[in-house]
Design a protein around this ligand. Structure first.
Ligand code: PLP
Length: 381
């Protein structure tokens, strides 16, 4: 079945007792046992399992092309999902992080993993060949994000997988920006896909959540054990909202991509905009990768480089782009990495990563694209 069909039907058969077409929210924490040690339908306690969560987990696994025996694991947040994956690592294990991963991922690695003895290493993943050189026989896990934030650079997942597997390392890909609509890292050989479902999967800026999806039942069993004992599971209500969002993921992502491409093209022609970052459009070297691993589309995020004064004016003057720190909702969002997502980095480090004080990031929403362009035009002046 095609993606849009699976988004609406996988894990979402009408409910057995009443025929409810929409999977109900099960707020119960406990389930009546048939007899001691024998549950009625496999459910015992909310932290171990919940039907609303399982519906979402089944659907997500299908969208990420995981085998049926590997439902996703849904967490209370994206960070909780990353934390669970990182708990696979032991003291002296080596973790290779792409340099431009989400700041929270780096923060977690530095504040929790490194003090506990995990060797945390970084490499620039915008050049796949150089990144691969940083993978050594001692590397245990490689953590990637593609497109990466905020310059939307791509890494060749299949090439990294090959090098990492040769070295005996697991590959985890944060697929939050691309979503399974554009990119399926498991099908490219990755071992773990991670999502902040708070973004495009939920899609309406009203539900917090995270997920891990894997294709090896033994790895899933280890991660499930970690989730069960640490307890950062997604709430039934957040699962229900996320599943509701996922039903329209295909049409939303299609429009996010179309709108973002139009806006990137408009910005490329604007005299005040110095550089535009949009996968597959602005850097010819990335075009083959967009075709190879992103189904030919660049996603819903666009970044641009301006004079600082122009950037400040734009941030103050847009009326349809809300100044906010997140992404992936139906509404358009504008953010300023130097003072928001990347403010904690020392200036030299920001500069080294190409994040100037004139960099602005857009999460392009589903408003009418002509309205969005008109708003940017008036705000750029
Ligand atoms: C790419 C990426 N990964 C992970 C996270 C963390 O997710 P959450 O905020 O749901 O904990 C975020 C949040 O912004 C993100 O953008």
């Amino acid at each position: 079945m095609e993606f849009a069909t699976r988004a609406i039907h996988a894990g979402q058969e009408p409910e057995q007792t009443t025929g409810a077409v929409i999977p109900p929210i099960y707020p119960t924490t406990i389930y009546a046992f048939e007899e001691p040690g024998v549950s009625r339908a496999g459910y015992e306690y909310i932290r171990y399992g919940n039907p609303t969560r399982h519906a979402l987990e089944t659907c997500l696994a299908s969208l990420e092309e995981a085998p049926a025996e590997c439902p996703a694991l849904c967490f209370s947040s994206g960070m909780a999902a990353i934390d669970a994956a990182f708990r696979l690592l032991r003291p002296n294990d080596r973790l290779l992080l792409a340099r431009d991963v989400y700041g929270g991922t780096t923060h977690l690695a530095e504040t929790i993993l490194r003090p506990n003895g995990v060797v945390v290493e970084y490499a620039d993943a915008s050049n796949t060949e150089l990144f691969i050189e940083a993978i050594t026989p001692g590397t245990c896990m490689v953590w990637l994000e593609t497109p990466a934030n905020p310059l939307l650079q791509l890494t060749d997942i299949a090439a990294v997988v090959q090098a990492a597997h040769d070295a005996g390392a697991l590959v985890a890909v944060d697929n939050t920006f691309a979503t399974p609509y554009l990119q399926n890292p498991l099908a490219l050989g990755a071992d773990i896909v991670m999502h902040s479902s708070t973004k495009y999967l939920g899609g309406h800026s009203d539900a917090l959540g995270g997920a891990l999806v894997v294709r090896d039942p033994a790895l899933r069993a280890r991660l499930w054990e970690i989730q069960k004992v640490t307890g950062a599971v997604a709430s039934p209500f957040d699962c229900w909202l996320t599943l509701r969002g996922i039903r329209t993921l295909a049409v939303r992502m299609q429009t996010h991509c179309e709108n973002a491409l139009r806006i990137a093209q408009f910005l490329m022609g604007h005299p005040r905009v110095r550089t535009v970052y949009y996968p597959g459009l602005t850097d010819p070297n990335q075009r083959p990768l967009v075709q190879k691993q992103m189904r030919g589309m660049g996603g819903g995020m666009v970044s641009m480089e301006l004079e600082v004064a122009d950037a400040e004016k734009l941030l103050k003057s847009t009326t349809l782009f809300t100044l906010a720190g997140s992404l992936g909702g139906v509404e358009s969002i504008i953010s300023y990495p130097a003072k928001m997502s990347h403010a904690a980095l020392p200036v030299e480090e920001r500069r080294a990563r190409g994040i100037s004080d004139g960099l602005v990031r857009l999460s392009v929403g589903l408003e009418n694209v002509e309205d969005l362009i008109a708003d940017l035009e008036q705000a750029l002046g």
